[in-house]
Design a protein around this ligand. Structure first.
Ligand code: SF4
Length: 620
């Protein structure tokens, strides 16, 4: 209606006037950017005949990169074409309004585009939407948590899942309620644009940022700045594939920054002669983490001042947008650009996008002090903060799921005994901070009254599971259910372990639960069995890895067994743990034990003959 009436008014221009305006626009170089302005767009035929992608190219490196690929005769996959046709993925909003009005689910590439606004249509796993939030550094207020609980009750399934990016997801959203959910979140100050599709995902930081006695720097303000930077720069959307960024402040709890495309790791420079601009604390730049493809982020040899991390992130994302593969989505992550260009080649490209005065400083890693060690159980239980007399408590949330009643209860505890903040962690649990020494017992009682715990066995504290078949169409198994079965079985059969252990279950090759970095990692598969009627059947199962790690112990797990049916998994894992307990050296963790033994030796320890379906890997 609006554009029609505007068109009527502007049709008063004569052809001569239109020609003049076209020439003016083209000559001044503003023709393309005029397309962004609706009042001018209708005036000029030159603009009217252009598609959204033509109009935005001068401002959006993603569109320009697509054009380059096309000019070279390459074919874009459906996702790139969908982004190109709409001009900018966030502009799917109007389409979403239409679908919500008609209570319709999206079809075709609209399923992909809806993810720009954080809405995932997850059929056939569930005939509904999942909404992924966006919570900078995983830190939210009690008011926000209560608000999310309200939205979950009104428009979703009455629960929320904590993700491995210190974020929340709501599930079971009907098509008529997508906009209700998004408006509700935005009202709470939770702007989740770009939480899915080919965008920069939730920016994470050390979960104990600002309260950690051993941290070198508080990373939360940086994560927040970057979060808002992304939200306000449209060229940070529509990348070749998803992109992860994390800040590690060298605190006690890992941010797993070396599993991100960009990992900023705080370190202290050893020698005053190396200080940069007088600064002693720098971030080392690591790039290319993607553990699902068996690669950690690696140190680039460059250090960055904390104040420059936002500009450097922007420059790296710009270079990725320009040089990422737009034709093969399996090869479209940053790792593959780095494989092609090498670190230095890529850094030279990124430097072209740095503002004046921002620099990457070449600084060998051994010029920095070694990062203080992690406490692998630092995300569970009570721990003193750097503020005297105050503590944080890590609440155990089995496989990350919280009911809305528990969410309200957590918010109440945070208000009554803490500072009203809740910190989500990449370990799928949450911390409540700023609890006075004298209040610790009350808080313990309140947490237990919610059916949650402040203490956990090592098995449960280190348990990570992706969404799995209950809500993800890619999943080969019900990972969350199987994770709980594993933990319960280990607690029944072994009791407690005297060292931390990470057991990660992931539902498919996307590896959201990062099975490769677990001490014991499981990736779901379908296993062929013979059923009781004597027929071939496919059932849920797993391939088993052992000896993965992160931080100083970083390692990709070694594949040990293939095709273990899910029902056998708890007993296999028990035997692995018992083999470790029996054959470990004093003080040795699972990784050390695995390094000292061949695959064949470990298989002999666990005696796979007594199970019917697995395929042991016999390589040494
Ligand atoms: Fe879904 Fe696969 Fe991610 Fe699990 S790992 S949540 S199955 S995409």
């Amino acid at each position: 209606m609006y554009s029609e009436s505007r068109g009527d008014r502007l049709s008063d221009f004569s052809d001569e006037q239109k020609n003049y305006l076209q020439g003016f626009a083209a000559g001044s170089g503003i023709g393309l950017s005029l397309a962004q302005l609706p009042t001018w767009a209708a005036t000029l035929d030159i603009v009217q005949t252009k598609k959204p992608h033509d109009a935005g190219e001068d401002r959006d490196p993603n569109l320009a990169a697509q054009s380059r690929h096309l000019a070279e005769g390459k074919k874009l996959p459906a996702e790139e074409t969908a982004k190109r046709d709409i001009g900018h993925g966030l502009d799917v909003w109007n389409r979403m309004l239409e679908h919500a009005k008609d209570a319709r689910f999206p079809k075709g590439t609209d399923v992909f585009l809806f993810k720009f606004q954080g809405m995932f249509y997850v059929a056939p796993a569930q005939d509904s939407f999942m909404c992924r939030l966006r919570i900078a550094g995983g830190v939210m207020s009690s008011h926000q948590l209560r608000g999310v609980a309200q939205i979950a009750d009104e428009f979703a399934g009455g629960y929320a899942d904590i993700t491995t990016r210190a974020n929340l997801q709501l599930r079971e959203i009907k098509p008529q309620h997508t906009i209700d959910v998004l408006m509700g979140l935005h009202d709470l100050g939770i702007i989740n644009r770009g939480s899915g599709a080919d965008n920069i995902r939730n920016v994470t930081s050390s979960p104990t940022a600002g309260i950690d006695p051993q941290e070198l720097i508080d990373t939360l303000p940086l994560a927040r700045k970057l979060h808002h930077h992304i939200l306000n720069h449209r060229d940070m959307y529509g990348l070749p594939r998803k992109f992860n960024i994390a800040f590690d402040g060298a605190g006690r709890v890992s941010a797993l920054e070396d599993t991100n495309d960009i990992g900023f790791t705080a370190m202290k420079i050893r020698d005053p002669a190396d200080f940069i601009s007088g600064e002693q604390i720098v971030f080392r730049l690591t790039l290319g983490g993607i553990t699902g493809h068996k690669d950690f982020a690696r140190d680039t040899g460059y250090a960055i001042l904390p104040k420059d991390t936002i500009a450097v992130s922007h420059a790296i994302v710009r270079a990725f947008a320009e040089h990422g593969d737009r034709t093969d989505r399996r090869k479209a992550r940053l790792k593959y650009v780095l494989d092609r260009t090498g670190f230095d080649g890529f850094i030279r490209e990124a430097e072209k996008h740095l503002p004046t005065g921002v620099k990457l400083h070449s600084l060998a890693v051994d010029r920095c002090e070694v990062r203080p060690a992690f406490d692998k159980l630092g995300h569970v239980g009570f721990h003193p903060q750097k503020q005297p007399g105050l503590n944080y408590v890590g609440v155990v949330v089995p496989v990350g799921r919280l009911t809305t009643e528990q969410m309200r209860g957590i918010a109440k505890i945070a208000d009554q005994f803490g500072s009203g903040t809740i910190r989500l962690t990449v370990w799928q649990n949450l911390l409540i901070s700023d609890i006075a020494d004298a209040e610790a017992d009350r808080v313990r009682e309140e947490i237990e009254a919610l059916g949650l715990h402040h203490r956990a066995t090592s098995f449960r504290a280190g348990l990570v599971a992706c969404t799995g078949a209950a809500g993800c169409k890619f999943a080969n198994a019900h990972t969350k259910i199987h994770a709980m079965e594993v933990a319960e079985h280990l607690e029944r059969s072994i009791g407690e372990l005297d060292v931390p252990i990470n057991i990660h279950l992931t539902g498919c090759h996307h590896s959201c639960a990062q099975h490769y970095i677990g001490d014991i990692g499981l990736i779901a598969t379908k296993v062929q069995v013979t059923n009781t009627a004597g027929e071939d059947d496919m059932v849920e199962g797993y391939h088993v890895f052992i000896g993965g790690g992160y931080g100083d112990d970083k390692a990709i797990g070694r594949e040990l067994l293939r095709n273990v049916v899910a029902v056998d998994v708890p007993r296999y894992v028990e035997r692995l743990v018992r083999a470790y307990l029996t054959h470990r050296h004093s003080g040795e963790g699972v990784r050390g034990f695995v390094l000292r033994h061949t695959t064949k030796a470990i298989l002999e320890f666990i005696d796979t003959d007594t199970f019917s379906t697995s395929t042991p890997l016999s390589a040494s």
